[in-house]
Design a protein around this ligand. Structure first.
Ligand code: AFP
Length: 329
């Protein structure tokens, strides 16, 4: 029996994105296949543990952070359409091919604290237009609003390897078939319900949050007897890719809100490698994304490693959290 499947290649061939966008998506996803293979072998591939150095954000790098970063960098450097690359793990953007048409940004290994405990991690990517063709790309070329993104996606390395992708025309989802060595289409219209009874937040930071966020979580936790009139469930994967994937699969609300834990950080998540691509995906699936007050995709970046508070998922919850922030000041 011949079963017809749509591979990522089939999907891209029919899709009306530019050749440059299709080509970098193919390069990114091929490299993610390699990362997925390494993760499957784990300790046997000597990829677990610390790399012994810190990234630009002062965070300890894991071996796999470094390996995934290098694999992606090398692959994109050889893609003629890619003018430059910015990574969460690099101090500055790296110029690639000055004749290129697009810039690629990525978090090579999101959720790195999960690597050594054999839990879900992911790769997040974003594609922007390159507006200085013929010149060498610099950090400044990357400082574009999220609304400018041509494509965004993530690969979740979980019990199976999943790709979620948008080029601004809805969200599609693929599952990697290790036998065929191909991503196979599993959902062609992903939809995030406007309401939910499930939230994801690192509640150990409660004392550092602003009062409106404390109030929101208090109200959720008061359940049916409280003002929300319903019981909420809580989940936290400690890898944004995993939490966003759950929201794309069964709905929900995710937040890494503003907190006062670290004086120089407005939140933990990076605008350009995490918040923008995930916000593009969530909005394209019918959800909403904000920094609690403003739409993430409208933020004009001032630095490639900028951090932002993030509230995303079910539209009505994102709106409700904004209302609390407006009312409570
Ligand atoms: P890394 O980018 O360092 O792997 O961190 C992952 C992450 O930015 C995001 O994916 C998680 O939602 C969040 O951190 C988890 O943070 P906590 O460890 O504070 O819960």
């Amino acid at each position: 029996m011949l079963i017809h499947v749509t591979t990522l290649g089939d999907y891209l061939a029919k899709h009306n994105a530019t050749p440059a966008v299709k080509s970098v998506i193919a390069t990114l996803t091929h490299t993610c296949e390699e990362i997925s293979e390494l993760l499957k072998r784990g300790a046997l591939a000597d990829i677990l543990g610390e790399a012994g150095n810190q990234n630009v954000q002062g965070e300890e790098q894991k071996k796999l952070d470094v390996i995934a970063n290098e694999l992606l960098l090398n692959a994109l450097a050889n893609n003629k359409y890619c003018a430059g690359v910015a990574s969460e793990e690099l101090d500055h953007a790296t110029a690639a091919n000055c004749g290129g048409e697009v810039l690629v940004l990525f978090d090579p290994l999101d959720g790195s604290s999960n690597i050594d405990i054999n839990m879900a991690v992911g790769t997040i990517f974003s594609v922007l237009p390159y507006n200085n063709q013929g010149q060498t790309a610099t950090d400044d070329d990357f400082l574009q609003k999220g609304t400018e993104q041509l494509a965004a996606g993530y690969v979740l390395y979980g019990t199976s390897t999943i790709l979620a992708l948008t080029t601004g025309d809805g969200v599609v989802m693929f599952s990697y078939d290790p036998n065929l060595r191909q991503f196979i289409l599993i959902k062609d219209r992903v939809n995030v319900p406007v309401d939910t009874k499930e939230y994801a937040i690192n509640a150990s930071n409660y004392r550092y949050w602003l009062p409106p966020m404390q109030r929101y979580i208090d109200e959720c936790n008061a359940g049916e007897a409280g003002v929300r009139g319903k019981d909420f469930n809580m989940r936290w994967i400690a890898a944004m890719v995993g939490d966003v994937h759950r929201i794309l699969t069964r709905g929900g609300l995710f937040s890494y809100p503003f907190d006062t834990k670290f004086a120089n950080k407005a939140g933990k998540l990076r605008l350009m490698y995490e918040a923008n691509p995930m916000s593009f995906i969530i909005e394209q699936a019918g959800g909403a994304s904000s920094d609690a007050l403003n739409r993430i995709l409208d933020i004009k970046p001032t630095s490639i490693h900028q951090r932002v508070p993030v509230v995303l998922g079910a539209k009505n919850e994102v709106e409700y959290i904004k209302k609390l922030h407006v009312e409570m000041g």
